[in-house]
Each structure stands twice: as C-alpha cells, then as structure tokens.
Write a protein that binds this ligand. Structure first.
Ligand code: HEC
Length: 387
C-alpha cells in the first residue's frame, strides 16, 4: 500500500470538540463542498452487453438520497482528531438512531436486511467475487461506518456491471482511537489495518431493485484524496489471537462491542450483557461455531457472518436461534451440516435466548428513555445515550 499521501497531521484544538463547533470545523475543513447536484458519472469495465442505463427519475432519486446521506455524515461525523472518543460516539449515536437517513437506506423495506461490508482491494473486482462480511444495519451504523469522518463531498455513479449506483463519500479514518473503540483488532491483519488507515473514500452501493444500500466498502483507491493526512500508525496493541480481552483495569474490551458509548451509561441492562454474552460465547465455542464465524475467516467464506462479540452476536441472534432449530448450523469443515449433541444444542438455544432477551431489554430501555427525553416535561433530561 502506498502510504506517502498520509504524511503530516490534521488535528483540531480540544476546545472545538462540541457539536456545534464540530459542524463549523467540518465546514472549515472542506474547502470544496459538494455541488448541490453532483454529476452522475457512469463507470463500467467495458463488457460486451451493456445493461440498460437507469431511468433519469431513478438517478435523480439516488442523487437526492446521496445528498441527504452526505449531509448527515458531514453534520454528525465531521472531521475531528482521529483519537477523539466523544466525536466517535456522537457519530455512532446519530447513525444508529431509528430516524437516521443512513439506517433508512440500509434497511429499505426489509427489517431483515443485511448489508455487505469490507475493503475494496481491487477496484476492478466484481462484488460477487469479493469477500465481504454480512452485517445487520445495527452493526454497520454502530461500529463500522462511525470509524470514518466526512465532509459531505460525494459523487454518484452508475456502475453498469453491478446494475447498482455507487455513492463515493470522501473520508478519513479515525486511526488513533484506543484499541477498545474498534469492533475487533483490525491489526490482526496488517494489510487490513493499513487499508483502514489509508482509506480515502467510503463506497455505498445502492441497488435499484431493492431500493436500498446492499453493500458498503472502504477504499484506498478512491477518486478523491483522503480528508485528513493522519500519519499511519503501527498496531495499537499486540494481537494475541483473542477477539475480546481484559484491559489493565480488568474491563472487558473492546468496550465498543458492549454498547459502551452508544447506549446510556445508566442503562440498567448493560452490566448484565457482558456476563450473558460470556456464557453464550462458551456455548458457541463448545459448538465450534468460532472455528468459522470469526474475523480471520478460517473457512474463507465470501459472505462471512460474525459472532465473536456481544454487538456482533446481538445482531445475528435471531438467525443463530433459527439456524440451530432447523439444524442448519454448525457445518463440518466440508460445509456439510453436522448435527450438535442435543444437550449442547439446548444449552446454545437457552443461553442464546437469555442473551437475546437482555439485548432486547437494553434496546427497549434506550427507546423508552429516548422518547422520555423528547418530552422533557414528562421525562426530564437524560445525559448521554442516544438522542
Ligand atoms: C465449518 C464452518 C462453520 C461452522 C463450524 C459453523 N458455521 Fe455457521 N455458517 C457457515 C457458513 C459457510 C455460512 C454461510 C454464510 C457464511 O459464509 O458465513 C454460515 C451461516 C451461518 C448463519 C447465518 C444463517 C443464515 O440465516 O443465513 C448463522 C446464524 C450461523 N452460521 C451460525 C452458526 C452457529 C451458531 C454455529 C455453531 C453451532 C455455526 N454457525 C457453525 C460456516 C460455519
């Protein structure tokens, strides 16, 4: 990877770290704001039969969607110091919220929607040939897209080969966060960590057929320069093979995966989540689920499902329970269904259900507390948590 363009540092003085000031700072850091109606380019890798181009009305609709998304990213996830935890959490809360423009475009009309996520290693590679991870909108909006900062500059292009629109958003990655503020140690793979740090664009793939974003990528091969020239950093910690660990104070990390900074600190269900996940994780290990559903992707899945942290598992728990009930999982190393011992299956179902119940309770508490905060007369003010 060419890291030359990452020299130098762009930092903000600490006093600028307030919501209003960040919005101003974003404007100051974006000398070339996106035009009101960005041109639509057509990107193809010349094939024999070119699929029909989209209708003008659809293109206009996607342009309007792109503008809304870009505005939301710039307002809620503006350029900040790359280690600024408060800026990260502000962005997480905004993108995760039920009413975020991003969430609406990830989910579309399908509450069961999954979105593919990963790096763009080869700009010529087709999505179907690219290894990507399947995420529920909860995971992408809480833990992955908020790792990036934006200024609203974007481009929309129709990619005939994919029959999809590609929204390019100029970006920079928050590479100085503490290790517990990444969903897992990206530095388990040096190339992955380098590409996250060097990213200059986030790509959102909008599919007309499903009328939503079905894939998202980050790339160092973008057409716009990175938003900030943060120096490339070595791995923040040594990776010892564990996706979760305890820090020097004995706290479970990555804390981001325990909804820390996303849900309010006084959410009464948070304290129990850690233990409930540990219990469930033990069962996943007994069922050997962790021989496949982990970030280093031992099984080389092209559509990996991750279960190795509370937030990852929480978003997949319904599918886990369903897969177990119909004996679809686990698979053996040849990909054939390998039924579990019935006691282990029951334990997985029970501990999975207990964990799922806590996750639901924590989410419901947030929702209630949010609507109370929206009516100050009834509920009063609540610091932190989702607004
Ligand atoms: C040998 C590898 C392997 C093992 C072991 C394994 N899985 Fe899977 N699992 C897969 C593959 C492959 C898929 C298809 C998606 C993908 O490529 O990740 C999948 C898909 C899933 C899905 C998504 C199902 C859907 O609705 O599409 C869930 C949930 C899941 N596995 C849970 C589990 C659980 C729980 C265990 C342990 C009891 C387990 N898996 C063990 C390989 C494995």
């Amino acid at each position: 990877m060419n890291a030359c363009h990452l020299r130098g540092a762009a930092t903000l003085p600490a006093k600028l770290r307030t919501t209003a000031a960040l919005a101003l700072a974003a404007a100051a850091f974006s000398p070339a704001p996106a035009p009101a109606s960005p041109p639509v380019a057509t990107a193809t890798t010349a094939t024999a039969a070119t699929p029909a181009p989209p209708e003008a009305a659809t293109t206009q609709r996607v342009q309007a969607i792109a503008q809304r998304l870009a505005d939301e990213f710039a307002a809620r996830c503006p350029l900040a110091e790359p280690g600024d935890e408060a800026a990260l959490n502000q962005c997480r809360q905004a993108l995760y919220a039920d009413d975020s423009a991003l969430r609406a475009q990830l989910t579309g009309a399908s509450p069961e929607a999954r979105v593919l996520w990963g790096r763009q290693r080869d700009p010529q590679a087709r999505l179907k040939e690219t290894s990507l991870t399947q995420f529920a909108p909860d995971v992408l909006t809480n833990m992955y897209l908020p790792l990036f900062m934006f200024n609203g500059e974007h481009r929309v292009e129709w990619v005939a080969d994919e029959k999809m629109y590609r929204i390019r958003l100029r970006t920079a990655f928050r590479n100085r966060l503490q290790p517990g503020l990444f969903p897992y140690p990206f530095w388990h793979d040096a190339e992955k960590w380098a590409m996250y740090q060097g990213a200059n664009e986030v790509l959102l793939w909008w599919q007309p057929e499903k009328s939503r974003i079905t894939a998202a990528q980050f790339t160092v091969h973008g057409t716009m320069p990175a938003l900030a020239k943060n120096p490339v950093l070595p791995a923040p910690t040594n990776f010892d093979g564990r996706w979760m660990w305890a820090d020097a104070q004995g706290r479970t990390q990555p804390k981001m995966t325990l909804f820390d900074g996303l849900f309010a600190a006084d959410n009464p269900h948070l304290a129990k989540l850690d233990g409930a996940y540990r219990q469930f994780a033990l069962r996943l290990r007994e069922g050997q689920c962790d021989s496949c559903h982990v970030p280093d992707n031992p099984h080389k899945s092209k559509r990996l499902v991750l279960l190795q942290t509370p937030a990852h598992a929480a978003a997949e728990i319904e599918r886990v329970i369903k897969s177990l009930r119909i004996d679809r999982m686990p698979l053996d190393e040849t990909g054939i269904e390998a039924p579990l011992d019935k006691h282990l299956k029951q334990a997985l179902l029970d501990d999975g259900a207990a964990f799922a119940k806590l996750v639901e309770a924590a989410k419901a508490w947030e929702a209630r507390s949010r609507s109370a905060a929206a009516k100050p007369a009834a509920g009063g003010q609540r610091p932190g948590g989702i607004r």
